[in-house]
Design a protein around this ligand. Structure first.
Ligand code: SF4
Length: 448
């Protein structure tokens, strides 16, 4: 087996898992398949939080198993954790199944396969160990770093505590070393990752996220630090204080609300109330007035009445998020909410979702309009999705900014752009000046 390809579904955690898997496969002597090559090994790195991933993975396995020559398939991520050895039974082409806590064992799964043994590795270590030097980072602009894995919250709708295990935090000093390593390799931005990132606690010293951000913010050369995902009930005053004092700590904050009605929040087991959430937003905005807030909303949770839904619309009007990620509720097997009665019919979910998007798109558009005339700092991510003649990047507050290509700018450059137009989902403007540049080689033909 010489070549590989990774297909990745899901969130930043999954994308970062694929970066780790790539690093381990390279270390095991495999190389990414070229575009005209049939990969010997295909890893399906899956997510089961929102979509109907099991069906998707099964049909993908069927497609790949029918190829000639037939590749070996490795199933990784949340679906691997959830389905375990059933995936081996699905097709002889599936050579191994690796849960999200087992990325570093992909080499030994390959070794076992060469000995004729198909493995299912789904345990979680009690400590979170990451060998950051083996991670293959694909992005030429930002480096992702897992600081805490798993979740102890057990929200009633969510599969994560079952697929990613209990919370485990990495040592503070090791994270700091990884940040320095990333900056010394030339990246301007780090994105700290964790399901409940603000419940981070160093296993050696007990230090929390605010102390970590305080130290990370002082790493020379680091322009931006993002952290995702925060839970409202762990967002304390120290963290707000760090946000207000360090301008390189994100001007963007994703703070999932999920619903604006207390009875629904209780059934979701979110353990905060509508008014606690509103108070928290007031405190954050009081300390960091220019912060761009985004949130997650689940529409049509079991038992959600029209009044409950109206409460969600009201709170969205009151807070005015820059971006809202909203989804119709769908049950995840094994979660408490999957057994709830009072299912909201799909047609009602769909109608509510449309009403919600009408509100949130209008608000996003209005907030983006306020950016017109401002000069914003943009880190170039690549060509614009809409026009090849434009660059696309992110501003400090995570807004997407497009602007016509100018001079010899390239991916990874940090520039300023004057905002001239604003839509609901992005800004566009004119290049002003270059602040720094950096070009890193990108691994070709990887499907990470
Ligand atoms: S806090 Fe987030 S990851 Fe944890 S159970 Fe709730 S929704 Fe899932």
């Amino acid at each position: 087996m010489r070549t590989f390809l990774i297909e990745t579904w899901g969130c930043q955690m999954n994308q970062h898992d694929s970066e780790q898997l790539t690093g381990h496969l390279l270390k095991a002597g495999l190389r990414p398949a070229g575009e005209s090559e049939s990969p010997d090994l295909i890893l399906l790195n899956t997510c089961s939080v929102r979509e109907k991933p099991v069906q998707k993975i099964l049909s993908r396995i069927g497609e790949l198993a029918g190829r000639k020559p037939q590749p070996t398939i490795g199933v990784c991520g949340c679906v691997a954790q959830q389905e375990g050895k059933k995936l081996l039974e699905r097709s002889p082409a599936v050579g191994f199944v690796l849960g999200p806590g087992q990325n570093s064992n992909v080499g030994s799964a390959l070794h076992s396969l060469r000995q004729g043994e198909r493995s299912v590795l789904t345990d979680f270590d009690s400590e979170l160990e990451v060998n950051y030097r083996t991670i293959f980072r694909k992005s030429p602009t930002r480096g992702m770093i897992t600081i805490i894995e798993g979740c102890d919250e057990f929200c009633t709708f969510c599969i994560v505590p079952y697929t990613r295990g209990r919370e485990r935090s990495r040592p503070f000093q090791e994270i700091l070393n990884e940040v320095r390593h990333i900056v010394s390799s030339g990246l301007h931005e780090v994105e700290l990752l964790g399901q409940t990132i603000n419940n981070y606690q160093c296993p050696e010293t007990g230090k929390g996220l605010s102390a970590l951000l305080e130290s990370v913010a002082q790493v020379p050369g680091l322009e931006r630090i993002r952290f995702i995902t925060s839970h409202p009930r762990y967002f304390d005053d120290q963290l707000i204080d760090v946000l207000s004092r360090h301008t390189n700590v994100s001007r963007y904050l994703h703070l999932p609300l999920q619903a604006g009605s207390d009875p629904v929040l209780r059934r979701m087991r979110r353990r905060y109330t509508r008014s606690e959430y509103l108070d928290l937003i007031g405190k954050i905005r009081g300390a960091v007035p220019d912060i761009n807030l985004s949130t997650d909303i689940i529409v049509g949770f079991p038992g959600e009445t029209e009044d409950d839904f109206e409460s969600t619309l009201e709170i969205l009007e009151e807070i005015r998020f820059g971006q809202v990620f909203a989804f119709a509720y769908s049950p995840r097997p094994g979660t408490p909410a999957a057994k709830y009665d009072e299912v909201v019919p799909q047609a009602v979910q769909k109608e509510r979702l449309q009403r919600l998007f009408a509100v949130t798109n209008r608000i996003s558009h209005e907030l983006n309009q306020l950016q017109i005339g401002r000069e914003v700092k943009v880190l170039i991510d690549g060509p614009s999705r809409r026009r090849d003649s434009d660059w696309q990047g992110r501003a400090d507050d995570n807004r997407v900014v497009n602007f016509p290509k100018a001079g010899d700018l390239d991916v990874g450059d940090l520039v300023t752009v004057k905002v001239l137009r604003a839509g609901a989902h992005s800004l566009s403007g004119k290049f002003q000046r270059q602040l720094s540049n950096l070009r890193l080689p990108i691994l070709e033909n990887s499907s990470l």
